[in-house]
Design a protein around this ligand. Sequence first.
Ligand code: HEM
Length: 422
Amino acid sequence: MPSSEAVTVDDIQLGTMTFWGRPLEERNAAFAALRQRCPIAFHPELDVLEGAPPGPGFWSITRYEDVRPVSRQPQLFSSTGGITLSEDSPDTREFFGSMIVLDDPRHAKLRLLVQRAFTPRTVAAIEENVRIRARQLVARAAEQGDCDFVQAFAAPLPLQIICDMLGVPAADEQDVFDWTNVILGAADPEFGGSFDALVNAAFSMYGYAQALGQDRLDHPRDDLVSGLMQAEVEGQRLSPAEFGSFFILLAVAGNETTRNAISWGMHQLTAHPDQKRLWMDDVAGRTPDAVEEIVRWASPVIHMRRTALEDTRVGDAEIAAGDKVVMWYWSANRDESVFDDGHAFDITRHNAKAQLGYGAGGPHFCLGANLARREITMMFQEIFQWLPDLEITSEPARLLSPFINGIKRMDCTFTPTQVPEL
Ligand code: HEM
């Protein structure tokens, strides 16, 4: 890794896509320099997304100890202004955001409604489904041999689980997958690369979901969406429009995150065979910490943004009402004052559970964290059991994004075998 001393902090431009296209080592050196010398810095907003209106700039919070108070004081740092670096209109936000771009009390009401539908019975059914789906994917790939790891293993599992949860028929899964790719990869030319493409994908998904919600309202079945549409908080139900936004949130938040955690996890296990051996020698004992370490190292969500509601301070910085404040989970998860040698992938790390990949606490903490843990666990357990020699054989094709630490493609090899389906 280039030394952080060699980096001039004034040259670090987190608002440019050029920065996000650089090798991870350079990104790490830049954030290490910011943590050491300028932990709360104001950055101009330059060219994050073509076609999006330019914004006023943002505060950059890079240390673990400063990210947590921002996340945990929603009365000072609001989500209503949007959760990413880029500027967007209130209309667009509403389509994408659902509760993630709302503050309490509206946020709490929606979150409670949604949680009501996650009864122990539905959650147990989903969890069992994760094992079955993971086994099916491993079985299918195992017959064929060398392939793209992302396409064969990492991407389909979270997508299938969300689609199963939401009652999306298999024939429509690809559409949902493509829309989420465009929405979260909007800055990457391969996925549409423009603000217009992003808005189009969001509208398509919103229309699809609204129709699904309306159908379950009119014809309830024994599934999660019917439960969601019938659940009530203070006498109020989710409207089909609110369900449309929630669907986008779930599809986007549930897909691209877990998929990248699984991909980076396999990438790191290949780069560090000693870690893979350690894990495979004690799968039951090591899995909980290993899964946390994967999410810490991968930090699939690189940042979340808030907007200051009042003049306030974070550390030594005076932040004015209306300023954008960006919490860099990627950086906090490598903060040397919390994680020894934070750039290293180490499944024996004693405090991997302290990682902030699912958020740093507060009302928006990831609703799907347990499901994500389950998906990552099942995928690695199935791979270890049936394809123990699986290795990554190419450099990852990285997503160009300041928001999602994504891998688009990555080749893998293993000895083909027959795997019994569950
Ligand atoms: C490794 C996988 C995942 C990571 C790293 C991740 C990360 C995050 C982060 C950073 C937040 C925002 C936290 C905050 O602002 O305080 C979040 C929120 C959320 N996540 Fe996840 N997530 C993952 C998987 C999932 C899955 C599988 C689902 C659903 C099936 C999901 C659903 C949500 C929802 C609904 C929210 C919004 C919660 C709210 O606003 O109250 N996530 N996630």
